[in-house]
Design a protein around this ligand. Structure first.
Ligand SMILES: [Zn+2]
Length: 315
C-alpha cells in the first residue's frame, strides 16, 4: 500500500535573498511542488512575503517545516529568545523573532507539525549525513564560501550547537608572505579565514568589484592557490579536531572548480602524513573527503525540508 502523501516546508533565509519551497513526500529535488525567491528586506516585510507564499497554496496542509537561517541565531530551546536572529549587524534583523513570526503567519499547519530551526550550514551538514550516511552517522562539515564563510558541523549524528553554534569562518590561519600586506576584510578580525577568502576579500586584492571576480581573474592566477591554502588549513584543523569523515564545500566562490584540488593538496600538506588513514595521506584520498555538494540547485531548502521532516520537535 502506498503511504499517504504529505506536504513539507523548506525555508532558507539569506542576507540578500530568501528561498522558500513546498515539497511533497518523499522529499527530494524532484518533489518540489512550488518554490520562490524572495528578496531580503526589512524582516517584517520579508516574513510577510514568505508566509503569503505558503498561504496562497491553501490546498496543502503542512506536516513539517525546516528553517535554515543566516546567523547568529538562538538555538537554545530553553531560552525565551529561541528561534530569534540575535546579534547580526544586518539592519533591523537584530533580535528579530524569526521562527515565532513564521509560525504565527503560516496557516494550514497540521496540529502536530514538526519543526527544525538551525543555521543554514548546520542544516546542510545534517542533510548530507542523512542523505549519504546510509543510516550510519558520520562526522561531517559543510562549509560555504561566498560573501561570508559559514561552517556547519555534525558530530555523532547531531548538529553542533553548544554555547551558540559554530562560527568557523572566523578562525585564524597562518598568513602567507604574499598576504602580509593585505589587511583582510573581516570587520572583527581583519585576516581571519573569512577576511581572506570570501568573494569580497578576493575582489579587494585586485581593487575591483566582486562581480568582476568571475571575468577578470584567470584560473591560473595565484590568488586561487592562496585561497586554497587557507581553506586547506581550515579543513586540516577540522579533521584534526573532529575526526571528520567528509567536508563538503559549496558557495559562490567554489564555482571556481580548480579550488577543490588546491584545497585537497594544501590540506594534505598541512596534515603531513601524521594520521595514517588512506583518505588523509594522498590527494586522491582527500578527494574523497573534501568534496563539492552533489545537489547544487535548491540545496538549502531541500536540506531544511528533510531535516524538518525528521525533527522530533513539534509546534
Ligand atoms: Zn572574522
Amino acid at each position: 500500500m502506498e503511504s499517504q502523501v504529505t506536504y513539507h516546508i523548506g525555508i532558507e533565509t539569506g542576507g540578500t535573498t530568501c528561498k522558500v519551497g513546498i515539497f511533497q513526500s518523499p522529499i527530494s529535488a524532484h518533489h518540489i511542488l512550488a518554490s520562490e525567491t524572495i528578496p531580503t528586506r526589512h524582516p517584517d516585510e520579508t516574513v510577510a512575503d514568505i508566509c503569503a507564499f505558503f498561504n496562497k497554496h491553501e490546498q496543502y496542509t503542512y506536516s513539517s517545516m525546516g528553517v535554515a537561517a543566516f546567523g547568529p541565531i538562538c538555538l537554545d530551546k530553553k531560552d525565551s529568545l529561541y528561534g530569534y536572529v540575535t546579534t547580526t549587524p544586518k539592519e533591523h534583523w537584530g533580535n528579530y523573532p524569526l521562527l515565532p513570526n513564521l509560525l504565527a503567519g503560516i496557516k494550514n499547519k497540521s496540529p502536530s507539525m514538526k519543526i527544525a530551526f538551525d543555521t543554514d550550514v548546520n542544516m546542510v551538514a545534517l542533510f548530507e549525513n542523512i542523505r549519504t550516511g546510509g543510516g550510519k552517522s558520520q562526522n561531517i562539515a559543510y562549509i560555504t564560501v561566498g560573501t561570508g564563510i559559514g561552517v556547519g558541523i555534525v558530530v555523532n549524528g547531531q548538529m553542533v550547537h553548544g554555547l551558540i553554534h559554530p562560527e568557523g569562518g572566523h578562525i585564524r590561519v597562518p598568513i602567507l608572505n604574499e598576504d602580509q600586506g593585505f589587511e583582510g576584510v573581516c570587520k572583527y578580525h581583519g585576516k581571519c579565514l573569512e577576511g581572506l577568502c570570501t568573494n569580497v576579500a578576493i575582489a579587494k586584492r585586485f581593487g575591483h568589484h566582486v562581480d568582476e571576480n568571475a571575468t577578470k581573474i584567470k584560473d591560473d592566477d595565484q590568488v586561487w592557490d592562496r585561497v586554497g591554502f587557507y581553506l586547506g588549513q581550515c579543513c586540516a584543523n577540522l579533521i584534526l579536531f573532529l575526526s571528520l569523515e567528509k567536508i563538503i564545500i559549496g558557495g559562490g566562490v567554489m564555482n571556481r572548480e580548480i579550488l577543490y584540488p588546491l584545497i585537497q593538496k594544501h590540506c594534505k600538506e598541512a596534515l603531513n602524513g601524521y594520521i595514517s588513514h588512506p583518505n588523509l595521506t594522498s590527494v586522491e584520498g582527500l578527494a574523497k573527503v573534501i568534496v563539492k555538494p552533489e545537489i547544487e540547485k535548491d540545496l538549502g531548502i531541500i536540506a531544511a525540508a528533510v531535516v524538518g521532516e525528521g525533527s522530533e520537535d513539534t509546534i
